[in-house]
Design a protein around this ligand. Structure first.
Ligand code: DGP
Length: 228
């Protein structure tokens, strides 16, 4: 038996970071020591390059930044597996799904017939990462997310781009739900993040609690292992 790996995904300003931290606090209150992680992890050398790019302090080719985001996850891949096997649940703010959703959304406006970075190309470098057991997609309409303050400070925080990002998250979710092979897919659950913070937190808790209490019987799976 090992601990569960839980990922929280969503658009910018969907309340992901708040919900991740509320969940972590609740787990602690229940006496469960979980590890809180966040991608991009801006503390590593690669993370600092990503941070500089996101703040528009540096420019990088779209392929290069995509691979750096993925490398930033691979930097922590064996640590993730070790923690889970040692019995520490992981709550992770963003993961490979953001990698695909944001990168594959670039350059789709009507002026360009196809994305700059195709969906399958974007997925490739993340194939084989430790697979989460549960992905909670905090879904909110981009026009509502925009009203939640702080929007527009970083590179991707533009409503049009966020709308495309949402579409790709939805595609990822429906592909996961159509998969039949366990443990290839994480369980993908869409949570309506447009509701009051407490209501969302209660739903998140109801989905996470059984995993943390019952723990996981299977070894840590590889993400999209059917593509390996
Ligand atoms: P955050 O620190 O959660 O606000 O995320 C920073 C921004 O980077 C956010 O706009 C989402 C985007 N992002 C997160 N992960 C990836 C990734 O793997 N690839 C790309 N292209 N963008 C990402």
């Amino acid at each position: 038996m090992r601990a569960p790996f839980i990922v929280i995904e969503g658009l910018d300003r969907s309340g992901k970071t708040t919900q991740t931290s509320l969940l972590h606090t609740r787990l602690e209150a229940e006496g469960i020591q979980a590890k809180l992680m966040k991608f991009p992890d801006r503390t590593t050398v690669i993370g600092q390059m990503i941070d500089s790019y996101l703040r528009s302090d540096s420019e990088l080719d779209d392929h290069v930044i995509h691979l750096l985001f993925s490398a930033n996850r691979w930097e922590l891949a064996s640590y993730i597996t070790q923690l889970l096997e040692a019995g520490t649940p992981i709550i992770c703010d963003r993961y490979a799904f953001s990698g695909i959703a944001f990168s594959a959304s670039k350059g789709i406006p009507s002026s360009t017939p196809s994305p700059k970075l195709p969906y399958e190309w974007c997925r490739s470098p993340d194939i084989g990462l430790p697979a989460p057991d549960l992905v909670l997609f905090l879904d909110i309409a981009p026009e509502r997310a925009k009203l939640r303050g702080g929007y527009g400070e970083e590179r991707y925080e533009k409503e049009e781009l966020q709308a495309r990002v949402r579409g790709i998250f939805q595609r990822l979710g429906s592909e996961m739900q159509n998969e039949t092979q366990r443990p290839v897919r994480p369980n993908w659950v869409t949570v309506d993040a447009g509701r009051e913070r407490k209501v969302v937190a209660n739903e998140v808790w109801s989905l996470v609690e059984p995993l943390v209490i019952n723990r996981i019987d299977d070894p840590v799976a590889k993400l999209w292992s059917d593509k390996l």
